[in-house]
Ligand binder design. Sequence first.
Ligand SMILES: *Cc1c(COP(=O)(O)O)cnc(C)c1O
Length: 407
Amino acid sequence: MDPAAADLDAGDLLGGYRDRFVGAESPLVYFDGNSLGRPLRVTGPRLTAFVEQEWGGRLIRGWDEAWLELPRVIGDDLASACLGAGPGTVTVGDSTTVLLYKLIRAAVAARPGRTEIVLDRDQFPTDRYVAAGVADECGLTLRWIDVDTTAGVTPDQVAAVVGPQTALVLVNHVAYRSAWLADVPAITRIAHDAGALVLWDLCHSAGVVPVLLEEWEVDLAVGCTYKYLNGGPGSPAFLYVAGRLQDELTQPIQGWMGAAEPFLMGPSYEPAQGIRRFLSGTPAIVGMLALQDMLALVADAGIDAVRAKSVALTSYAVDVADELLTPLGVELASPRDPELRGGHVTLNHPLMREVTAALWQRDVIPDYRDPHGLRIGLSPLSTSFAEVRSGLESVRDVLVGMTPSDR
Ligand SMILES: *Cc1c(COP(=O)(O)O)cnc(C)c1O
């Protein structure tokens, strides 16, 4: 084993958490915890117990006894563990895509007469597609910001396009391609100075980069829970609405679970007070259980310690890439300054699509993102420094095998 990696692992205060994840004992290298986090070992028995005791034993009584409150209970845990928000501001349900639709529609409806949604061209596709759909539906214009795909959107770029016509500014906190970390307080202030609302997509920051929604005066946020929050494939997303806006905003999917009195089953929709009005239908209870286990772990480790390890992991990955891969023509496609970088590192090379396929065959699992980026996602609680070293050595070996004439 590489001595530097061994030293870093030996000094890692969070190193003990890795064994709590399924698969930690295997030599497989997992560089995709930012796309689908590993499951925790406690989750298997927890799910079995849920089926046998809660679902199987309590049956429909479970709704009154616990499940109806679960979106709020988990929302509060999420708010305090990693979002810097108080109780009653976060809830869980639907997918990020659906929550984006709800909040974009709610926001533009709250700014009547304003005609534009500001966003950048390198946002995650679903964000751009949903915004385009809402723009068509509501007769609005999308105001696009062009960004460098190895970096991301800056406050100056936002300041240059917002104005009295702006209803909403939509921003990804961490760029899914480059890991660029956008300046939330500065961009939020710029949007507010123009009288616009701002919606932050936290999919690639929730659980890895500390977020201070209240201190930063964010209006609205969404994020998914199957990435750094290890909720499992398709686990429900979360949304945040600042307390000051909750009674002013109404969302378009008016379902009974967001109604003031769901069990009154009245003739017309009356929204609930508070965060519950942003729910629509029956919450996906089974899908939330693994997330609950991971939130307990993040709270135990502390989000600032998680971020410190994340910075150490990505910085180490950059150092190892400089040493092993730069000589082979690989280029860093993420910010070099850790202050400007989220939890992953992207490495560009014209052959990365083929390299990724070859790595998967060898049980080294990164992601590939066009145009030719190998994306190394480093989930802090389940990834060791030795894993980073060994995975990047495999990238080198595969690349050397594919480019013999270059050497
Ligand atoms: C992963 C991700 C999504 C995913 O949306 P789903 O509705 O869960 O498929 C959305 N936005 C961003 C920025 C993402 O990284």
